[in-house]
Write a new protein. Structure first.
Length: 372
């Protein structure tokens, strides 16, 4: 039993060190760049309401850019905004896809509509709450020649409720993992690359037939041996509704599985070790093993609290901290839920997303149907 407890202490210690490493390497200077020729690509659904909060945050960015809004062609709010905003907004009507994700279809249309002066491309999602430094921070490594693809990551703001906070806790584990450039996968909610990189990757062709834009870009970047760089202080607030929280989490891992089974297996193995470790601790390890697990959970929660406070606005940080309660009160539940979500992702090759059902084969869309 002593050797098992020793392994458990090492495992929990490493998990604490990983979060502390993230906190320790949060940038303090947070340098920005604001070059000319920046195009921001935003894909929206036809029922988009115009996201006045998002648009206000985009207008408050410290770096200037031109907004390219891609729709299927029937979005009244996007049409009204384009008419109202003039040259700042370019509207692209992509039509409905037949053999690829609707978001990917719209982004490909946006890429084909770029102007000659567009030298930097920034990708954002419609449901994020970007800080004013978002664009400038994403552009800094590109302008300074330190990276080819730059990314932030989501930090979920869960609504009140058990499921949303639990999913938020699972996502918090991923958000605060140590970031190594060689193992970074970009997140399409806040991502940037140069026009030259897009052309080198033949981005339109790389996205063709795909469902996940960021997975396709990330895998293409890995194959081309490009420099992918995370910006650690860009953990971007993203609201998470109570309803559908678990389905959202399963969908994210199904994206991983259908694009890169090897990556999914590695993630599953890492989460599985923690989950099974907690099974041992609760079932056979005794009070000492449980105490070690809870002590490590408290250490991780305190470090994550510091991280959240350092990257989000005060109101956003308060909401994000709902997820930390799970880490303190029931860390075993977070690990079991994480592993369960990963395993659930393997139960089907169907992904429901953005009003469509997609059936995947070898990383591409084999069939799609509109829901309802």
């Amino acid at each position: 039993m002593s050797w098992a407890l020793g392994l458990w202490v090492i495992l929990q210690g490493l998990s604490v060190i990983g979060v502390l490493n993230y906190w320790r390497h949060l940038p303090t200077d947070r340098q920005e760049e604001a070059p000319e020729g920046v195009a921001m690509l935003l894909s929206v659904r036809d029922d988009w309401d115009g996201s006045p909060g998002l648009i206000a945050r985009l207008k408050a960015q410290t770096a200037r850019f031109r907004l390219v809004v891609a729709t299927s062609g029937a979005c009244a709010a996007a049409e009204a905004m384009a008419a109202r905003e003039g040259d700042w907004v370019q509207l692209v009507r992509a039509g409905v896809a037949g053999d690829e994700g609707q978001k990917v279809h719209k982004l490909r249309a946006a890429l084909r509509s770029l102007r000659e002066a567009d030298r930097y491309l920034v990708f954002v999602d419609a449901d994020i709450m970007p800080p004013p430094r978002l664009v400038g921070r994403l552009l800094f490594p590109l302008v300074r020649g330190k990276a080819d693809i730059v990314t932030g990551y989501r930090l979920l703001l869960p609504e009140a409720g058990v499921a949303a906070a639990l999913v938020g806790a699972v996502e918090m584990q991923l958000a605060t993992l140590p970031r190594a450039a060689s193992a970074t996968m970009p997140w399409g909610g806040a991502m940037a690359l140069t026009r030259e990189t897009a052309e080198r990757l033949e981005l339109d062709a790389a996205l063709a037939g795909r469902l996940s834009d960021d997975m396709a870009i990330g895998l293409a970047g890995w194959r081309a041996k490009l420099r992918l760089r995370p910006v650690r202080d860009l953990l971007v607030a993203s609201p998470l509704a109570r309803q559908g929280a678990l389905a959202f989490a399963v969908r994210q891992y199904r994206h991983v599985l259908t694009n890169s089974p090897g990556m999914w297996r590695i993630a599953c193995a890492v989460a599985g070790v923690q989950a099974l470790g907690w099974v041992w601790a609760v079932g056979w390890g005794g009070w000492s093993a449980v105490a070690v697990g809870y002590a490590a959970a408290l250490g991780r929660a305190l470090a994550r609290r510091r991280i959240v406070a350092g990257v989000l606005e005060p109101g956003e940080a308060r909401t994000a901290r709902r997820s930390l309660r799970w880490d303190v009160l029931a860390p075993f539940a977070v690990c079991w839920a994480h592993w369960g979500i990963q395993l659930a992702a393997a139960c089907s090759n169907r992904i429901r997303w953005g009003g469509y059902d997609y059936w995947m084969r070898n990383g591409k869309v084999a069939r799609m149907e509109k829901v309802g």
